[in-house]
Ligand binder design. Structure first.
Ligand SMILES: Cc1ncc(COP(=O)(O)O)c(C=O)c1O
Length: 240
């Protein structure tokens, strides 16, 4: 999870909801991580962030700061991707004073109750655990291979998934009740799908038009294999 940003007209410093749930490491990267952990444990064990700030944490913040967009000025660290998602939802509700969240069909966001309410990649994650928290509404992911609309000449999105979001905002979750739309910029468990060109920017514009926050769950897609530094769409298309 990288960051939440407000509509342009209410722009406040963006907040990083959390860090990078690491993709599997292979040697030698794994060896250097093990080595760093060993060395750090010899010097001192992690302190709760609100009690004390350790040097490695400061060094990490400095590195992130140097490698993320300049307007990103706050970093908040979690232990898991699920916590990052939960934090993003809390921040979005707090920031906007609105309660609902739209999430994409086929997404995976985690296994805690809130994250599970937004996870529809398969029912195994939710069966037997209900009722799930209210306020979460599903909209289609731009999954071109499954879309029955005619493909526009020259590529791009046919418009159907965005139209469905407009309809949800008209029929189910009023913009004034909608805190955020959450998306995996590259759908993971739900099929490893990259949205069509232009989609992320259009989604950003839709959010801005209604003062809705756009949350990019990049827990999986931020990995280098998917394009490197993240920022909602990676090098292909920055939407945040
Ligand atoms: C997109 C996405 N969000 C959230 C999570 C949850 O992360 P964690 O398993 O670290 O809680 C995952 C885990 O794979 C993920 O792929």
């Amino acid at each position: 999870m990288r960051r939440i940003s407000t509509a342009a007209r209410h722009r406040r410093p963006p907040v990083t909801a959390a860090a990078l749930a690491a993709p599997p490491l292979r040697p030698p990267a794994l060896c250097s991580v093990v080595e760093a952990v060993r060395e750090q444990v010899g010097k001192g064990i992690h302190l709760q962030q609100n009690c004390g700030i350790s040097r490695p944490l400061v060094a990490l913040i400095e590195k992130l700061n140097a490698n993320t967009p300049a307007e990103l000025t706050k970093f908040f660290f979690n232990c898991t991707g699920t916590e990052a998602v939960e934090s993003a939802i809390k921040l979005a509700r707090h920031e906007t004073g609105r309660q609902n969240v739209l999430h994409m069909k086929g997404s995976f966001h985690g296994r805690s109750l809130g994250a599970m309410a937004m996870t529809t990649s398969k029912y195994a994650y939710r069966v037997g655990y209900g009722p799930l928290p209210a306020g979460f509404h599903q909209v289609p992911f731009p999954y071109c291979a499954q879309c029955t609309c005619a493909k526009p000449a020259g590529g791009g999105c046919c418009g159907y998934p965005l139209q469905q979001i407009h309809e949800t905002l008209k029929e189910t979750s009023a913009p004034s009740d909608t805190a955020a739309i959450i998306i995996e910029p590259i759908l993971g468990e739900g099929g490893y799908v990259v949205p069509p060109p232009g989609y992320m920017r259009q989604l950003r514009a839709l959010c801005d038009a209604h003062g809705i926050l756009l949350i990019a769950d990049e827990v999986q897609s931020v990995s280098r294999a998917a394009g490197g530094r993240g920022c909602a769409g990676g090098a292909r298309e920055r939407a945040l």
